[in-house]
Design a binder for this molecule. Structure first.
Ligand SMILES: *[C@@H]1O[C@H](CO)[C@@H](O)[C@H](O)[C@H]1NC(C)=O
Ligand SMILES: *[C@@H]1O[C@H](CO)[C@@H](O)[C@H](O)[C@H]1NC(C)=O
Ligand SMILES: *[C@@H]1O[C@H](CO)[C@@H](O)[C@H](O)[C@H]1NC(C)=O
Ligand SMILES: *[C@@H]1O[C@H](CO)[C@@H](O)[C@H](O)[C@H]1NC(C)=O
Ligand SMILES: *[C@@H]1O[C@H](CO)[C@@H](O)[C@H](O)[C@H]1NC(C)=O
Ligand SMILES: *[C@@H]1O[C@H](CO)[C@@H](O)[C@H](O)[C@H]1NC(C)=O
Ligand SMILES: *[C@@H]1O[C@H](CO)[C@@H](O)[C@H](O)[C@H]1NC(C)=O
Ligand SMILES: *[C@@H]1O[C@H](CO)[C@@H](O)[C@H](O)[C@H]1NC(C)=O
Length: 828
């Protein structure tokens, strides 16, 4: 039969026959018509199969030990015929879609694919489907393709991979793979494989939750030893026979895995970026019954422990952990003796010492005996934490090295190597690894016996907090005045005391009966409110802030905290309630929160005018915030801080006062944000005290000196902020030269201006400020009181507010930096 002459009837006939010849399920399931849907249910979980039944697309139940009641499902593509049912794709596009509850649905409609919960609310859809969908095809390659009526591809899973590539898939420039957080957790991990625009294929870590990419630990271009190594790459190709190569601009190939690979017809192949950062190509025999397993064919890097050293973030293992190479080039992480996992379920996470040691502790402990009796050393051959040292002593013998660390209260570990070098290191230790070429050892300082714990409190008991200077003043007034005045004063004190006691009582009852109007949101509500966490408006150590809209068109800022330890729900609620009980004109209002599963979110009022840093350092002198407004902002911040320290039901130390954390409302009223975060961060598994100590440039010397952390750290930061507001200069110096020296510059320079009587230089000739000299000089002097190195010299925020108000005079401040040279003569 000649095809062109075939009649319509015979075509119909042939098609009809074909329908019978091809097994029905495959044909029906490979072409998915519009509309179609799948439901997430237990047992008979529905899925669509590729024609060969090799791959399935649908819902997978996640068995993470949860009770059957809260069973969650993941929309995914997986190998259908092998026992391990390995998952190769799940919805991502930026961030992974969350696991969904039972009876959620995925629907294919005219407008594309959409994942909805049992209430019919949309949870996820592919970001970029434009056009009218006619049908979808589930290819035998494992690619799920959405097509329009002219068979144009509108969207395909191969363009949006998460951690796995399949044969015939290509990774173009600008595209990347991300690791999962762990084998079982499908949230975003910290390793990436990226095909850069420059044509380099690299592996790197990122500093979650930001995208900041650290130095690459694998770079295809650097391994390219062909004479044409300079030709840039174009894309990473995983061809249908299982060969993996970088295809270059000039058509040449840089082979990554072997060229001869067992035929794709006998084996499944995949390339996966594992959660521990190792990129592996695997194969699995197709027809092996229940015996087969994934066999690694190729992997990079060869020694991940040696290759990954992250200066500005976490390495392969968490803090204080040690990386060793296990099977198949996969890393293993171990805590040293006397250290335990922070989160016992995360073997790759940080370790914490099960003892305390600090300079304050040591001062107490010297009463118990000589250092030699108190501390010993655990030795680990050829072990190093290469990024945690603070001192190099050489030439030094082993015993000198040990003694030096023993008597140095800052020293946590000494690494002695090459027979002469002694590196002293502090906690937290990072990038721990075995280095065979070290020719030395690590000596970890550990207590020889158990000491009672002496954690320093972040929240001081309120009643104990007294300003010694006030007491001295009262005393001297009493001594120096007449009996009658004394009598009157005594009476006044009694009245004051009674009122104070009453207030204390009120406070304590308020503290126990937690009564707030905080709204409890579900994760889905916030997911919708923020349009799937679309619009990012800020980020910090705690996580990322997104803009959103809740009911009644109220704009909100939703703060998504980095994941917390699982068993900290009660503590989280306690702290959220503390924040929720604050009510002050100069504080950003907390509206509600969400604590569902691992997710922790806070919902705040949205302030349209941005942060103080946007206004202060705008650059254009014409846009400079006027002097009067600046004075008003200063007073607002001071009042907000005074409330946090002194007046709210439970004292809150902010720990991170800086212009980025001062927001302005429509009327340019300053509102402090992020208060209460320090305690929340402490709860978080991935944070230690050192992460919390605010922001460089604004943090008080106590943070570095192991002194108790009190409200005075905020007073210090406020002082730096005050100088910034006066001068409209960042303590970081100009944008272009963010050198560490510049941080000192603002305070030093301001003090020089002050002592030389050149306040005009400080405000850069701001006419309005110069007309207001008295006020200007007052503000500057208050700032120098606040940034005194000695915490007890700094005033309380109440005193600061009074000085700013003009209610009390401002005495001449002493030099704030007694340890550096100060010009003490002040020009009047
Ligand atoms: C699965 O479906 C089959 C046929 O529809 C039914 O016989 C079976 O009971 C179902 N199993 C479960 C666990 O629902
Ligand atoms: C959306 O799809 C078009 C066409 O496929 C593509 O050119 C564009 O880059 C895509 N945009 C995003 C944000 O992925
Ligand atoms: C499905 O895969 C085959 C090769 O296996 C390819 O020729 C075809 O174009 C693919 N279909 C779609 C819709 O991508
Ligand atoms: C990768 O290596 C090449 C050659 O050594 C180098 O030019 C390039 O900058 C490297 N890329 C990255 C991201 O490190
Ligand atoms: C290098 O590239 C040039 C031009 O692209 C080509 O003529 C030459 O054969 C290449 N050399 C090798 C060893 O591939
Ligand atoms: C994949 O690449 C290998 C190595 O170059 C080659 O032998 C094989 O024919 C390629 N397969 C396909 C389908 O192009
Ligand atoms: C699986 O392994 C067992 C023992 O190792 C062997 O007896 C059996 O034949 C294997 N089955 C297949 C299908 O290879
Ligand atoms: C610390 O761990 C050691 C064993 O590693 C144990 O003997 C000791 O009791 C622990 N101390 C504390 C305070 O938990």
């Amino acid at each position: 039969m000649n095809p062109p002459s075939m009649s319509p009837v015979s075509i119909h006939h042939t098609l009809f026959l074909l329908l019978f010849l091809i097994p029905r399920p495959s044909l029906a399931q490979a072409n998915i018509p519009v509309p179609s849907s799948l439901t997430a249910t237990n047992g008979n979980s529905s899925s669509w199969l590729s024609p060969s039944r090799d791959f399935a697309f649908g819902f997978r139940s996640l068995s993470n030990g949860d009770t059957k009641k809260n069973q969650l499902f993941l929309l995914a593509i997986w190998y259908n015929k092998i026992p391990s049912k390995t998952i190769v794709w799940f919805p991502s596009e930026g961030l992974p879609a969350p696991p969904v509850p039972e009876n959620s649905k995925v629907e294919l409609t005219n407008s594309g694919l959409v994942l909805i919960n049992p209430q019919g609310e949309e949870l996820w859809k592919p970001g970029n489907v434009s056009g009218t969908v006619s049908h979808a095809v589930f290819n035998d390659t494992g690619n799920f393709v959405i097509l329009d009526s002219s068979s144009e591809v509108l969207w395909q899973s191969f363009d949006n991979p998460w951690d796995t590539l399949l044969p015939s898939q290509v990774l173009g420039k600008g595209k990347s793979l991300s690791s999962r957080q762990s084998e079982e957790s499908f949230s975003r991990g910290r390793f990436q494989l990226r095909m850069l625009d420059t044509g380099d294929l690299v592996l790197n870590t990122i500093n979650l939750p930001s995208d900041y990419a650290n130095e690459a630990y694998y770079n295809s271009t650097a391994t390219d030893d062909s004479s044409n190594g300079s030709t840039p790459g174009k894309e990473l190709v995983f061809n249908s026979s299982g060969s993996l190569f970088v295809s270059k601009e000039n058509g040449e190939r840089l082979y990554l895995s072997q060229r001869d690979i067992s035929p794709a017809s006998d084996s499944y192949h995949r390339v996966t970026l594992n959660f521990d950062g190792v990129l592996i190509q695997y194969k699995h025999p197709k027809n092996s019954g229940s015996n087969g397993s994934w066999e690694p064919l190729w992997s990079q890097p060869e020694d991940i422990c040696a290759k990954v050293t992250v200066r500005d973030g976490i390495g392969v293992c968490g803090y204080n952990s040690i990386c060793t190479l296990g099977e198949n080039n996969r890393p293993k992480c171990n805590c040293p003796e006397k250290f335990t996992l922070l989160d016992p379920s995360d073997k790759y996470g940080s370790c914490r010492p099960n003892f305390t040691q600090s300079c304050a502790d040591d001062q107490e402990r010297t009463k118990l005996g000589p250092m030699e009796d108190l501390y010993g050393f655990e030795e680990l051959t050829n072990t190093d934490w290469p990024t945690s040292d603070y001192a190099l002593l050489q030439p030094f013998g082993e015993n000198d090295c040990r003694n030096s660390c023993l008597h140095d209260c800052m020293c946590a570990v000494a690494v002695w190597r090459d027979g002469r070098s002694c590196w002293k290191k502090k906690l937290p230790l990072s990038n721990g690894k075995i280095v065979p070429t070290l020719d030395g050892k690590a000596m970890i300082k550990v207590p020889k016996r158990d000491f009672p714990p002496t954690d320093f409190p972040l929240q001081e008991p309120k009643a104990r907090y007294k300003d010694p200077k006030t007491l001295v003043l009262v005393g001297s007034v009493l001594l120096g005045s007449s009996v009658f005045v004394n009598f009157v004063l005594f009476g006044a004190c009694m009245v004051f005391f009674l009122i104070y006691r009453k207030q204390l009582k009120k406070v304590s009852t308020k503290g126990t009966v937690v009564e707030t109007n905080l709204r409890h949101f579900t994760y889905q509500e916030l997911f919708r409110a923020t349009n799937g966490f679309m619009e990012e408006i800020g980020s910090g150590a705690f996580g990322i802030v997104y803009k959103g809209v809740i009911s009644n068109n109220v704009a909100v800022a939703v703060k998504k905290l980095t994941s917390m330890m699982r068993d900290k729900e009660k503590e989280f609620r306690t702290e959220v309630n503390v924040i929720g009980q604050t009510h002050h004109k100069n504080l950003v209002r907390l509206l509600g929160f969400c604590d569902e599963g691992q997710e922790r979110l806070l919902v705040y009022e949205f302030l349209s005018n941005g942060s103080l840093s946007d206004h202060l350092f705008a650059g254009d002198p014409k846009l400079k915030t006027p002097w009067n407004l600046r004075c008003q902002i200063v007073l607002g911040v001071a009042r907000g801080l005074m409330y946090l320290h002194d007046e709210c039901p439970k004292q809150i130390i902010h720990c991170d006062i800086k212009p980025q954390n001062i927001l302005l409302d429509n009327n340019c009223v300053a509102k402090i944000s992020d208060f209460g975060m320090a305690k929340l961060l402490m709860m978080n598994q991935s944070h230690t005290m050192t992460n919390i100590r605010g922001t460089r440039g604004y943090c008080a010397p106590e943070w570095f000196r192991n002194l108790p952390i009190t409200v005075k750290v905020d007073v210090y930061s406020f002082g730096v902020l005050l100088l910034e507001i006066i001068s409209c200069r960042s303590c970081w110096g100009s944008e272009s030269s963010g050198e560490e020296r510049e941080i000192e510059a603002l305070t030093d320079w301001a003090y020089d201006c002050f002592t030389e009587g050149r306040l005009d230089a400080l405000v850069e000739g701001d006419a309005q400020a110069l007309r207001d000299t008295e006020k200007l000089k007052n503000l500057v002097m208050v700032a120098f009181w606040c940034i005194q190195e000695e915490p007890s010299l700094r005033p309380t925020m109440r005193k600061v507010t009074q000085m700013l108000d003009g209610a009390v005079g401002v005495p001449d401040p002493p030099c704030p930096f007694p340890f550096s040279s100060c010009n003490t003569t002040i020009v009047p």
